[in-house]
Design a protein around this ligand. Structure first.
Ligand code: GAR
Length: 202
């Protein structure tokens, strides 16, 4: 069974979608740890309610050592790291030891509206400001480049004339809750390969 760690920073609705998918029997994996960079994240409560080990690795406490602390917590215990609304940047050794074994969900159609400083509601604000007709979400692998790893799954959401950042965020989140568990499932079934900067699905 695929063992995963889920990294979070906020509400954890994506974590909730993964838990639900496991409980329904759609996803054959076990969440070994939930790790947050903020002790106030509601995602931690969601984890504890389900008796999933929950940890806080805050910048305040660990600073530049945060990624190494996370690696220490999960080394040899998990097969895949899932960034589900995790708003810090991983760096250093964890990226080498978990090469092609870290995925992230981003709330836009990468490469649009992505990269450093583009996260959470800021993405949807930028989308509304630009007036694009379509947005969406992306699951991608994580490497040294922020939001730059191979794209695994994307879903499109139409931007409506009456949308503001909050209404768009809600509709994009619905799609996130669909593609993130789906991406984990594809990986758990060995159906994803990476070649020449792209992913291929079996
Ligand atoms: C989600 O929309 C996720 O895509 C985004 O943060 C939100 C977390 O929601 N992540 C990023 O912006 C990463 N660049 P959640 O805590 O309810 O899952």
């Amino acid at each position: 069974m695929l063992r995963i760690a889920v990294l979070v920073s906020g509400g954890g609705s994506n974590l909730g979608a993964i838990i639900e998918s496991i409980e329904k029997g759609d996803l054959n994996c076990s969440i070994e740890a939930v790790i947050s960079d903020k002790d106030s994240a509601y995602a931690l409560t969601r984890a504890r309610e389900k008796n999933i080990p929950a940890f806080v690795v805050s910048k305040k406490e660990f600073g530049a050592e945060s990624s190494n602390r996370i690696l220490e917590l999960i080394k040899d215990k998990v097969d895949l790291i899932v960034l589900a609304g995790y708003l810090s940047i991983l760096n250093g050794e964890i990226l080498r030891q978990f090469k092609n074994k870290i995925i992230n969900i981003h709330p836009s159609l990468i490469p649009s509206f992505s990269g450093a400083g583009m996260y959470g509601i800021k993405v949807h604000e930028a989308v509304i400001k630009k007036g694009v007709r379509y947005s969406g979400c992306t699951v991608h692998f994580v490497n040294e480049e922020v939001d730059g790893g191979e794209i695994l799954l994307q879903e499109v959401v139409q931007v409506l004339q009456e949308d503001d950042a909050a209404t768009l965020q809600r509709r994009v989140l619905e799609k996130e809750h669909y593609i993130l568990p789906k991406a984990i499932k594809l990986i758990s079934e060995g159906k994803v390969t990476i070649k020449d900067g792209k992913t291929f699905l079996l």
